[in-house]
Ligand binder design. Sequence first.
Ligand SMILES: [Zn+2]
Ligand SMILES: [Zn+2]
Length: 126
Amino acid sequence: MNSNSDGPDPAKLDRVVADARRAGEQRASGYRERALKIYPWICGRCAREFDRSNVVQLTVHHRDHNHDNNPPDGSNWELLCVYCHDNEHSRQLEAAQGHGASGGATESRATHQPFADLKKLLKGGT
Ligand SMILES: [Zn+2]
Ligand SMILES: [Zn+2]
């Protein structure tokens, strides 16, 4: 008989998690496709031009460094070659390191903090 009919269904939960993960991956690759559609395939720093054979070296940079900020008009995107993109981020890192004593990128701290708080809440709840 169906002794397991009530209670959470682990298979269903797995599917929900997998769906969410797939949606996130699709969104991540989606903004690159869209950016390559609206902008000419030229690095915004060194003006190097790209075509189908080497477009893999052209990357999408987020001007505000927030990868979840993807306005449909592309105003937060900038196409940079891998070298200039690297440069852009290491410059940002140097600026952050020289600035404060706490260290670490503000970007990652901002994304991790909510989860830390959530953990604390779950643990300390009465
Ligand atoms: Zn470049
Ligand atoms: Zn970037």
